[in-house]
Design a protein around this ligand. Structure first.
Ligand code: GTP
Ligand code: ZN
Length: 358
């Protein structure tokens, strides 16, 4: 059967009609722009709902299957499915990508999720609350061009939830903060502004902060297992073990992710600059363009600290994130350079032409 994909193409009327199956999965003009009608029919778009060792679970219009591993895709990606050779399915350009430096000694970049519209950065009104970690998540979201929202759970258990809200609000004017009890109906109401049909939202945060609770609340079903927090999590077990996209009754796509123990930023300079806009603006006022903000004369940042206009702790966090990002990114760049040099040697050995850069 040949499907009529005309409604999925760019320019198709999007008003006054029920959303198409693909729109229900998050399809939007950003993706439609990348293909023509012939490609749509020959290689139907499918969204990656989850990634398993055995393959990628994908869904499209009339398609629901698992294709073997092959495409370098992460959950949330759109693929143009090659029916005969699913391993060769092309990954469409992403509108956003969440990545981190993989934990451990290697410098690999780990893809967390693609094509997310809103990231709910989740922490609790208790000892999990940590400004430096929140800044890190917000920088990650800014870098990925995703709108972050800070969600403070367990407000019902805190003596003074407002103090957590105040502290979280101070991170950035651009980030809304919501405090709630993740149990019951409160989340569906409190997060409704960001959970619109066809939009994709993700929950990020440490283990046990209530991400699964929140996902469940949006899905209004106990689809995702929740357990009490284990006192001893030393064995590295987490309640949520895999990343999976689910559709809410309202038509929003929700991604629950396993608790992240370590979030190392990589290639996130712009995201960090976004969180620390005020400091970056001050740095631009220093007398020397390469000011290290230590003992140099005319340092606008040191002056701001001396005048109590800048919290030295915040300055220290900015420096730390910048240093970490520079270290992780430089190592990546170096490795790429090495890869390129190696590629050249291989090509000259086999007499091949250099490949075009993407
Ligand atoms: N009282 C109260 N308990 C909460 C709240 N949010 C989460 N909890 C409890 O905290 C525990 C952990 O919640 P989960 O939703 O499993 O946490 P998670 O972030 O998904 O954890 P991982 O899957 O391990 O990453 C559960 O026992 C919840 O009942 C809240 O706002 N108030
Ligand atoms: Zn300076």
């Amino acid at each position: 059967m040949v499907r009529d994909y005309s409604a999925f193409l760019l320019g198709a009327k999007t008003t006054q009609r029920t959303p198409t199956v693909l729109e229900g999965l998050g399809w939007s003009p950003v993706f439609a722009r990348q293909i023509d009608a012939d490609a749509l029919t020959a290689t139907p778009p499918v969204r990656v709902l989850s990634v398993h060792r055995s393959g990628l679970q994908v869904a499209g219009d009339g398609i629901e299957e698992t294709i073997p591993p092959g495409p370098e895709a992460t959950v949330g990606d759109w693929l143009l499915m090659e029916r005969a050779r699913p391993r060769s399915s092309q990954v469409l350009d992403r509108k956003s990508l969440i990545k981190r430096r993989a934990p451990g000694t290697g410098r690999e970049v780990q893809l967390i999720a693609a094509n997310i519209d809103t990231v709910f950065v989740v922490t609790s009104c208790n000892t999990d609350f940590n400004i430096a970690r929140l800044e890190r998540y917000v920088a990650l979201a800014f870098e990925a061009d995703i709108e972050p929202v800070i969600v403070l759970t367990k407000a019902d258990l805190a003596e003074d939830p407002a103090s957590y809200v105040t502290a979280a609000r101070a991170i950035s004017d651009r980030v809304p903060v919501v405090a709630l009890d993740a149990r019951g109906d409160e989340p569906a109401q409190a997060l409704v502004d960001w959970c619109k049909p066809g939009r994709t939202v993700a929950f990020l945060g440490s283990s046990g902060v209530g991400k699964s609770m929140l996902s469940n609340a949006l899905l209004s079903a106990q689809a995702i297992a929740t357990q009490g927090i284990r006192e001893d999590d030393a064995k590295g077990r987490h309640t949520t073990t895999r990343r999976e996209l689910h559709v809410t009754p309202g038509g929003c796509l929700v991604l629950d992710t396993p608790g992240m123990r370590e979030l190392q930023l990589t290639e996130a300079a712009e995201g960090i600059a976004g969180v620390f806009e005020d400091i970056e603006a001050m740095a631009a006022q220093c007398r020397f363009a390469d000011c290290q903000h230590e003992t140099e004369p005319g340092c606008a940042i040191r002056t701001a600290v001396d005048d109590d206009r800048l919290d030295p702790a915040r300055l220290a966090r900015w420096r730390k994130l910048q240093a970490e990002d520079a270290f992780n990114s430089a190592s990546l760049a170096e490795r790429r350079e090495k890869d390129r040099a190696f590629g050249k040697i291989v090509r000259s050995a086999v007499g091949a032409k250099p490949r075009n850069k993407k």
